[in-house]
Design a protein around this ligand. Structure first.
Ligand SMILES: Nc1ncnc2c1ncn2[C@@H]1O[C@H](COP(=O)(O)OP(=O)(O)OP(=O)(O)O)[C@@H](O)[C@H]1O
Length: 783
């Protein structure tokens, strides 16, 4: 490679360098300064515009490929320092950019300079567009998508977006993604294979693709899995320059909505933005020996890139009256971005090879022109129903109110008053009727409640909040020290695994190429490395959760995905629980706002309560049914016991009556028995009185009693829990007393029987004595 030359005193470089727009920007510090909590208070659309910025234009050199080396290619262009690209053959031709990355630069370094400020802006409500532009095989896909060794701008941006959510306290976010390709001037939905030839429409907010699938996303892994699935549908073909050449332009859009995190989000402004990450198809030189379909694709690609070039020329011309955005689908879709609404970062990928010198020059000129486009970093704010986060928030609020009403129903249930001995039978009857009603209504209510909670949980999960309790070292405090990205297995699994390397073994493996992943790892300090490992563990966890997250996102009745798809939720409770604990990483709202008691009913659907809460709740539900069973049993026993007691009292009475005619001794015995019976009756009356008092006492406790699932069940039938428990206890005591009395009565009855038998003997003896006396008297008379 030629040595850098410093004296570019004339030609394009001289002009470029002298231009104020070419003052190298420092996007990283710019980002850091902006990304403070106050950043969300920036003026919104329609308010005073913020300072004008220009497109961030950077150039990335790739190393010479083995083929280029084999073919004896020479270096035609090189990076002269950090901001200048210079022609090897004509030192007077030089261009300056915001940054020029040499062939050994890692994608992470490119991201930090060329993308981070755009991603950060998008998270604050400022639209952003990052696109890679360059000839075929110059490294666009490598830069935008990357592979497992070297994740590209898209995965890095996705991960950064979630990192920002985690670091942004007191705000909640809703993220959704769409992914499309423009192939031969036809727009296809990559997230929905059925979405072919979609129409581009316009509204007040700009252009949009009609019917495109938008998927609400919950984690980086979730997003990357969607991209990986979408990539399967992308048109890729082999050319004589690139065995896996992108034959279509792809636009990956991350839509970000956020609002302050507070109890009632009503009236709160929502910031709304779109981050477009674009991997353009490469322009093809006329030297490309393509035929048939490849040729047709190439001409469409070239035509749309030409239109893009024309649009950019017109936009920077200043005098142009008409900008031909409508001449291609690509420029139509990029219209609002290129018109200056939001941040734009253009990463031009180039090969240093002399065989591509002309194409590289065109690319450099394109980047040069683009740099002149002025943009305004305006924060979009919306308050209307267009906001999905608003819609979800208000639905959650409404559902919570419904739940509250259900709970309030418990307290408004009229407790039984003035329970007296007279209406206790009536009350018992009511208890029996209520029990039947309770069963059926309970089932219905449980179902309704489960549905309500399930919906709240699903909606709540879609809204992402930071789990960090305290303010930590955010960029606002230490602007220069944002953490580095580290990819865990979870994310890496979704990135292509050296796909191209395997296929292009001979072609590319000999590229003079830095080992980016390793390069980045080597760069880390021990502390960073530790954090990175920790990160790896975290993301690995998230990956496990994500299989559920994806499920969740797809199974909420169409909330997560604006066009529906379905995956089964976890089947077992344990599955739900483990899913839950992992899900908490991004979500804490439900924990704070929905009582854990109510979460267990939704056993099939994961909730946000902890496993312990879940288990306790399951136990309380079991206990609830046990208590009800006990009450039923006791009630039945009470009935039997009362009946038995009455029966025995009657027997005693009857026996007493029968035995009432015996002699003096017998009379004394009978009096004793009668006294016993009276005692018995008194005991029964006193027990019943106690029962009544307990009912009255329990009413007094009603207001202080705590809400519980059992209480909820009682409410359905109009009973009070305290009352029920009190009755349960009293009935239990009653049963014990009745048992005791029954035993006594049995004993007395036995004694009575013995006495009766004795009496009969006495009577016989008496009779015999009377007869004997009579006979004796008659005998004496006759004598
Ligand atoms: N900076 C780089 N470092 C190492 N290898 C690179 C770099 N840039 C590109 N490559 C390699 O060069 C080859 C071509 O790159 P890539 O497919 O990304 O080009 P492209 O511009 O997307 O091509 P096309 O427009 O045909 O799709 C790939 O094997 C890629 O891995």
């Amino acid at each position: 490679m030629a040595s850098p030359r410093r004296n570019a005193s004339h030609g394009e470089a001289a002009r470029s360098d002298s231009s104020p727009t070419y003052t190298p920007a420092t996007p990283r510090s710019r980002f850091a300064a902006e990304f403070s909590p106050e950043a969300f208070d920036e003026p919104g659309a329609g308010e005073a515009p913020s300072a004008k910025e220009s497109v961030t234009a950077t150039v990335r050199f790739r190393p010479l490929s083995s083929r280029e080396i084999r073919q004896g290619e020479e270096i035609a262009w090189y990076a002269d320092g950090e901001t200048i690209v210079r022609s090897e053959h004509n030192p007077n031709i030089a261009y300056a950019y915001d940054r020029v990355f040499g062939p050994t630069t890692t994608t992470q370094q490119v991201y930090d300079v060329a993308a981070q400020h755009v991603v950060g802006g998008a998270m604050q409500g400022i639209n952003g567009t990052i696109f890679a532009y360059g000839v075929t095989s110059s490294g666009k896909t490598h830069t935008m998508h990357g592979d497992q060794r070297s994740p590209g701008i898209i995965p890095l941006a996705v991960k950064d977006a979630f990192g920002i959510i985690q670091e942004t306290l007191n705000r909640e976010f809703l993220l959704r993604v769409s992914y499309l390709e423009i192939y031969n001037e036809v727009v296809n939905d990559l997230l929905n294979p059925a979405g072919k030839n979609l129409r581009i429409r316009e509204d007040l907010q700009g252009t949009f693709v009609e019917g495109i699938k938008e998927e609400v996303v919950l984690s980086p892994t979730h997003v990357l899995s969607l991209i990986a699935a979408g990539e399967e549908h992308r048109h890729i073909g082999s050319t004589n320059f690139n065995l896996l050449s992108s034959r279509s332009h792809t636009i990956f859009t991350l839509t970000v909505e956020s609002s302050p995190f507070c109890e009632s989000n009503e009236g709160e402004t929502v910031t709304f933005s779109q981050l477009n990450l674009i991997d353009l198809a490469g322009s093809e030189s006329s030297r490309a020996e393509t035929t048939g379909a490849r040729r047709k694709e190439g001409s469409y690609i070239n035509k749309s890139l030409l239109t893009l070039g024309t649009v950019i020329s017109k936009l920077t011309d200043g005098k142009a009256t008409h900008v031909p955005f409508r001449n291609s689908k690509l420029t139509r879709l990029l219209q609002s971005s290129l018109s200056g609404q939001g941040r734009v970062s253009l990463i031009c990928t180039v090969t240093p090879a002399s065989s591509n010198s002309e194409e590289t020059h065109n690319t450099l000129k394109f980047a040069h022109r683009s740099k002149h486009i002025e943009i305004q970093a305006l924060q979009n704010k919306i308050i209307d129903e267009k906001s999905l986060i608003k819609k979800y928030q208000s639905e959650i609020r409404q559902l919570r109110e419904e739940l509250e009403q259900l709970k309030r129903g418990i307290f408004t249930a009229t407790p039984l008053k003035d329970v007296t001995e007279d209406n206790i039978i009536l009350w018992k009857q009511k208890l029996e009727d209520g029990n039947v009603k309770l069963q059926s209504r309970l089932e219905q209510e449980e179902e309704a409640k489960a549905a309500l909670l399930g919906r709240i949980q699903r909606l709540t999960k879609l809204i992402l909040v930071s789990t960090r309790a305290t303010q930590t070292t955010r960029s606002s405090q230490h602007p220069g020290t944002r953490r580095r990205h580290s990819f865990g297995e979870g994310e890496l699994a979704y990135l292509p695994h050296r796909r191209r390397d395997i296929i292009m073994n001979n072609y590319r493996n000999e590229l003079v190429m830095p080992m980016e992943g390793f390069g980045e790892a080597l760069e880390m300090s021990p502390k960073e490395e530790k954090q990175s490992r920790k990160g790896l563990l975290n993301w690995f966890k998230l990956r496990k959760r994500d299989s559920g997250s994806a499920t969740l996102a797809c199974s909420d009745g169409g909330n997560s995905s604006l066009t529906k798809s379905f995956t089964a939720p976890p089947k077992r409770l344990e599955d739900g629980i483990s899913f839950l604990s992992e899900q908490r990483t991004w979500n804490s709202m439900l924990d704070e706002n929905v009582p854990a008691d109510f979460l267990s009913v939704d056993l099939g659907i994961p909730s946000d309560s902890s496993p312990v809460e879940e288990i306790l709740t399951v136990q309380s539900v079991t206990r609830k049914s046990e208590i009800l069973d006990d009450v039923d049993l006791l009630r039945e026993q009470l009935k039997i016991s009362s009946g038995e007691a009455v029966l025995h009292a009657n027997v005693v009475k009857h026996l007493t009556e029968e035995a009432g005619i015996s002699g003096i001794n017998k009379q004394i015995e009978m009096e004793k028995m009668a006294n016993d019976e009276i005692k018995c009756k008194r005991q029964i009356v006193s027990l019943e009185n106690q029962n009544v008092h307990s009912v009255v006492d329990s009413q007094e406790k009603l207001d202080t009693s705590e809400l519980s699932p059992v209480m909820f069940m009682c409410t359905i039938c109009g009973f009070d829990l305290d009352l029920l428990i009190c009755i349960h206890n009293r009935l239990f005591h009653c049963l014990q007393y009745y048992d005791k009395i029954l035993k006594q009565l049995n004993e007395k009855a036995f004694q009575l029987e013995v006495k009766t038998a004795d009496n009969r003997i006495l009577e016989d003896q008496l009779e015999k004595k009377v007869i004997f006396d009579y006979m004796f008297r008659n005998k004496r008379k006759s004598l």
